[in-house]
Design a protein. Structure first.
Ligand code: AMP
Ligand code: MG
Length: 390
């Protein structure tokens, strides 16, 4: 069996980035730039007033002759001589000769004469042309993941399209004779299916809006057929359940039969020991354990990381932080652990109910505490690594 660290390295090795495509800026949220974006204009495009007030051309005096008005959007550039002022508003173009903009609060006007006290510093309240970015310079670098601010920034540069790495297509295959759909009455021995809904929601929270979902019974030939079909349409296949050693676990043998090469099977971890990862050419297959908390943990730790790397993101997977643990914790068993936990301020509390079947605990968690293999006991106040669940 391999360790968590070895499993992650095996997943990260040889991942080929998705194809770069041009998309509308407004559709690029959460995607990584596949090329540097050069600015087509200076930003701001002209020297801009940052205040409502008076643009002045200093001559040593505190009194200025008022010669006009410029409001935002005006195509005006009056010649301002020393000792002259122009009424100006936020966002308006500042005349070339202006030495500063005085705040309205510091000015009084009487008979076309503006009295200013105190006089502003040189160039105060003027946003210089190209202050944020200059024409033809790099506005955002390759690998940058577009957030709301970067989308606003690009829109402000008048850019309509950007080249990004696209999201891989993800499909989910659910296995299990015991699974019933919500809305149907449960027969004895059945449980409601939850992994498809849960994994689709997890994917959705990272921007994967469209995910194909298929369901099969615990049966070799239908499992094989579905895997074959899904692999034709997706880049990353997530199988749920059927990967353990029971007589009715057919995912492993079906994957082998359709030509998926096993990269690893089983990781020294809890939950999620039976995790499988394989490849068929560039396509990735994760077979997640059926236990819901194990499936979700494996999604957060492994699948998300792979998806992010495929999408060219520099920081892949859940964000991590380090916190003090709220109480002693004694680990059982010789496996690394991902513990459902709750962060409050500087402290993280490990929650009761860590079984891989338990989603009721996971639902309250905002973090997973990682306890590495070599760590036996944790003492209250010790710093632990946490994966943050948003
Ligand atoms: P398996 O990995 O198929 O052996 O399943 C392990 C456990 O997870 C069993 O108790 C299953 O009933 C449960 N399980 C498997 N798949 C799902 C699912 N899609 N939704 C909810 N529970 C599941
Ligand atoms: Mg099963």
């Amino acid at each position: 069996m391999i360790t968590v660290e070895q499993a992650l390295l095996k997943i990260e090795a040889d991942l080929k980035l998705t194809q770069a495509t041009s998309v509308l800026v407004k559709n690029a949220l959460g995607l990584a730039l596949a090329a540097d974006v050069l600015s087509p204009i200076n930003m701001p495009p002209f020297a801009q007033s940052a205040m409502d007030g008076f643009a002045i051309c200093e001559n040593g005096s505190q009194n200025f002759k008022l010669i006009g008005e410029i409001k935002a959007g005006d195509d005006a550039n009056p010649i301002l001589k020393p000792g002259e002022a122009v009424r100006i508003f936020t966002g308006a173009a500042v005349p070339n000769a202006a030495t500063a903009v005085a705040r309205q609060e510091d000015c009084s006007v009487e008979n076309n004469c503006v009295k200013i006290h105190p006089l502003p510093r040189e160039m105060a309240n003027i946003r210089p042309m190209g202050e944020q970015t200059k024409k033809d310079e790099t506005a955002l670098q390759k690998g940058h993941v577009l957030n709301a601010a970067s989308i606003g920034f690009l829109a402000g540069l008048g850019i309509e399209k950007v080249t990004v790495f696209t999201r891989p297509k993800v499909a989910i295959l659910i296995t299990g004779n015991e699974l019933a759909q919500a809305g149907t009455p449960l027969k004895h021995g059945q449980i409601y299916e939850s992994n498809a809904t849960m994994l689709a929601a997890a994917l959705q929270s990272f921007g994967f809006a469209e995910v194909e979902i298929a369901t099969v019974k615990d049966d070799f030939s239908s499992t094989k057929k579905q895997i074959e079909e899904l692999l034709q349409r997706c880049d990353v296949l997530l199988c749920s359940g059927g990967i353990s050693v029971g007589d009715y676990d057919f995912v492993g043998s079906a994957l082998q039969k359709v030509g998926v090469d096993e990269v690893f099977y089983k990781v020294l971890q809890q939950p999620g020991k039976p995790l499988y990862f394989g490849k068929k050419e560039e396509k990735l297959v994760f077979a997640l354990p059926g236990n819901p908390a194990a499936a979700l943990t494996c999604f957060y730790v492994y699948v998300l990381k792979a998806l992010h790397i495929l999408m060219g993101k520099n920081s892949a997977g859940l964000p991590r932080t380090r916190k003090k643990i709220s109480a002693n914790y004694n680990r059982k068993g010789g496996r690394a652990q991902f513990l459902k936990a709750h962060i409050l301020g500087d402290v993280v509390q490990i929650l009761e109910g860590q079984s891989s079947a338990m989603l009721h605990t996971f639902a309250q968690a905002n973090a997973l505490v990682y306890v590495p293999l070599e760590k036996e006991n944790l003492e209250k106040g010790e710093i632990v690594e946490c994966l943050i669940i948003e």
